[in-house]
Design a protein around this ligand. Sequence first.
Ligand SMILES: O=C(O)CCC(=O)C(=O)O
Length: 422
Amino acid sequence: MLEVRRFRHLDDFVRENEGDARARLRLLGFAICWTGFEVFLGSRCSRERGRRRTCGSVGFVSAVISLSRRTLKPTHFQLFIAMANEEEDLKAIMEKHNTKWFNVECVPQCFTFSKEERPGDAPIPICNKIPVIDLGKSQKIETIKQLLQAGQEFGFFQVINHGILENVATQTLSTFEEFFNNMTDEEKVNVASRKGWIFTGSEEEVKNGVHLWRDNIKHPCHPLDKCMQSWPDKPATYREVVGRYVAEIRMLSLTILELICQGLGIESGYFNEQSEVQLLSANNYPACPDPSLTLGILKHFDPSLITIIYQGNVSGLQVLVDGKWMCVEAVPNAFVVNIGNQLEIISNGKLRSVEHRAVTNSKEARTSIAIFVNPTPNSIVEPAKVLLNDSNPPLYKSILYKDFINASKAFGAHTDVIQNDS
Ligand SMILES: O=C(O)CCC(=O)C(=O)O
């Protein structure tokens, strides 16, 4: 019986038939035919139409030749379909799917990361070593010890009993879901250029030539009364709900930073000036037909002091632990906290900023809210003097925060819009 299979990409076909010399020969034959037809048709029609017509013609001619020689094999059809599935550009996908770029059966080539970058098929375990720290405990010394140890070992921890009511976080998450779901194409274009906040749909989010599988909104969120005026006004509750969330997270971040201060032996209040900017970044990762090929966010370090993430009940954040990717479990009503580059510098390397990334899943969309607590652009970031002595020389040079950001292109092309320069 003839088996007809769809391959998402030519690569996948080649990989599956690696050991088969005949398949390789057929592949070569196809490639020669294809090139010939491309040249022939290329001068007469647009590239896109030419390619599709070429695939059809090559498939048809090859099938006829194969049939006449009685050598028709399932792989012919596999290859033909693989070729027909090759690169469809994002604009065409959006037009075809009425602007919902993620409503596709297969992952288009323009969302497929290289083998080195993509998550692949191997299951990624949940890391149960990343500590879940109870901030409600009366023994502060014990809490401080746990925070320091987690920051040293993993650069990540989760906090529970943090004093933020669960519905504050869940309502904010729902507001962002509504924001991402209901925004029209026209609005997306308008908001991308609005001063004070940026929306980047997957159309714009290109990393190394491949699009991220996410929509994202970023805006400053401190001081609240100043920033809020320029936030989105749709959904109607956006400013109220997100404002309440931001105020709560500000308090939580100051509590955590003060505990870290005490743990490191730095004078109380050291981080007050270093934490004057807060940037909110909310992500929406739609369900993806093949999460092994895509990424919501490429691996990166955070250019912050600390980052506080709410991921609801859907996990998708992965952290490098001992050189291996591990999932951060979605713990009910917990916030994930990670040490950013600036705190690594101030602690003179005692606390670690660790690489992390966001992956997608095939079952449901995931929304996450990250709040980056950052120094002001003109503050100097350097190892705290009290931590330095002859046996602990500075491991990092002093640097202006804005120079750090510009040199590392931490916020990409939108740095000016989202950097609060006041
Ligand atoms: O979606 C997540 O959990 C990852 C968030 C993150 O790493 C970021 O926004 O930089």
